[in-house]
Design a protein around this ligand. Structure first.
Ligand SMILES: CC(C)(COP(=O)(O)OP(=O)(O)OC[C@H]1O[C@@H](n2cnc3c(N)ncnc32)[C@H](O)[C@@H]1OP(=O)(O)O)[C@@H](O)C(=O)NCCC(=O)NCCS
Length: 187
């Protein structure tokens, strides 16, 4: 059965209010989210404000808050933009209460479209921690190719290490995959 895609809006960090940026900090600090990030400590207000300032006019980054209605439902961003070589990395998360409703799919399709709208950009990279099955499946669904792994990448609180799985999406693969992702269908 076809489902209508959920409506999401990507709000550039530079246009977000102080309250929305603080909401983002609380979301990023939720245990279910930070457990899957490379740096999973609890981020305080001063550290978050410093990060937000550093991202605002950064030519190598584009960070967005994802709004569903007025709620901050997630975030997605491109970092490490390497203009001469035409590649960058991305990162994202969705609030637990908004998960499994197509929010990531909708926000990430928009983000990739805007990334490849720049004709110089040829490839988008991702790193996903071992065991993050939702994100691994999402990357494969979007057409990202497996590009290997870095062992012992992230040390969890219990002292155990997790590997980082590497993925890459080319401009050509996205062009071929785009129509399938934009529909509301679920497989
Ligand atoms: C990964 C994450 C962003 C997915 O967000 P979401 O809004 O729930 O994802 P969607 O509903 O749009 O689903 C998109 C695709 O992701 C995959 N997926 C998402 N959640 C999944 C789950 N629990 N199990 C298996 N696959 C899942 C599926 O391939 C899905 O496509 P499909 O529904 O057509 O099969 C979310 O689980 C999250 O924020 N996790 C914690 C933070 C994180 O892991 N960030 C990424 C770091 S690399």
């Amino acid at each position: 059965m076809q489902r209508a895609p959920i409506q999401v809006r990507l709000l550039p960090l530079a246009r977000a209010s102080a309250a929305q940026i603080e909401e983002l900090r609380h979301l990023r600090n939720r245990p279910e989210i930070r457990a899957q990030l490379f740096h999973s400590h609890d981020i305080g207000a001063a550290e978050h404000a410093k990060w937000a300032d550093s991202m605002r006019d950064n030519p190598r980054a584009r960070i967005y808050l994802t709004l569903v209605g007025d709620a901050v439902a997630g975030s997605a961003g491109i970092t490490g933009i390497d203009a001469p070589n035409g590649h960058a990395e991305w990162g994202f998360y969705v609030a637990p209460e908004f998960q499994r409703r197509g929010v990531a799919r909708a926000m990430l399709a928009q983000l990739i479209d805007s990334f490849f709208a720049d004709a110089h950009m040829q490839k988008l990279h991702a790193g996903v921690l071992e065991g993050n099955d939702a994100s691994i499946l999402l990357h494969r669904r979007f057409g990202f190719a497996d590009e290997g792994m870095r062992p012992r990448y992230k040390r969890d609180g219990d002292g155990r290490y997790r590997a980082c799985l590497l993925f890459g999406l080319t401009r050509e693969t996205w062009a071929a995959r785009r129509a399938e992702i934009s529909g509301g269908e679920r497989k």
